[in-house]
Design a protein around this ligand. Structure first.
Ligand code: COA
Length: 149
């Protein structure tokens, strides 16, 4: 865990680094530049984690009708297993609670054991599956839900 880690809103100036990080990682949505630009505007909550060396992680949640969906959460390969996702997700949850959001949903690849372990550790419950939701390779999505109240 880095002592100087700062978690702050993602800005347009971060998008180049964020897209570079996203391209290098599995299990991150392959969005267009336009989609990333939209992701830093309401109704999204977009955060990055950074230290003196630069960005190490990002998270985006979309809020609608009192519910939120975690669209993406990722930590750069060289910075994983240092508690960064844990810190970032804690701030996402705090922001959502502050916005009076009742529950957070997400979908995760069934084989993504690190992410599923992270979400379970935060108390997310498995509520179902979407058959063949992911492509390349085709795989089911696990649906997970965390009540926030
Ligand atoms: C999933 C991911 C975000 C975790 O980030 P991270 O910063 O390494 O996670 P943390 O160090 O904060 O770990 C928090 C907890 O998550 C779980 N976890 C994280 N990585 C794990 C791994 N490789 N294996 C098992 N459990 C893991 C553990 O419960 C861990 O707690 P612990 O270290 O006390 O055991 C990271 O692996 C990643 O970016 N993966 C690629 C993108 C991705 O899959 N995003 C999720 C899409 S739904």
């Amino acid at each position: 865990m880095s002592a100087e880690l700062v978690i702050r809103p993602m800005t347009a100036a971060d998008l180049g680094s964020v897209m570079q990080m996203a391209t290098a990682l599995a299990n991150v949505p392959r969005w267009s530049e336009r989609s990333w630009q939209e992701a830093i505007k309401p109704p999204h909550i977009a955060l990055v984690a950074a230290d003196a060396a630069g960005l190490s992680a990002f998270a985006i949640a979309t809020v609608a009708a009192g519910e939120a969906e975690l669209q993406t959460l990722a930590v750069s390969a060289g910075q994983q297993r240092r508690g960064i996702a844990r810190q970032l997700l804690s701030v996402v949850l705090a922001e959502l609670r502050r916005a009076s959001v009742a529950e957070l949903w997400l979908e995760v690849r069934l084989s993504n054991a690190p992410a599923i372990a992270l979400y379970r550790a935060f108390g997310f419950q498995e509520t179902g599956r979407r058959r063949g939701y992911y492509s390349d390779p085709v795989e089911d999505a696990l649906l997970m839900l965390l009540p926030l109240r």
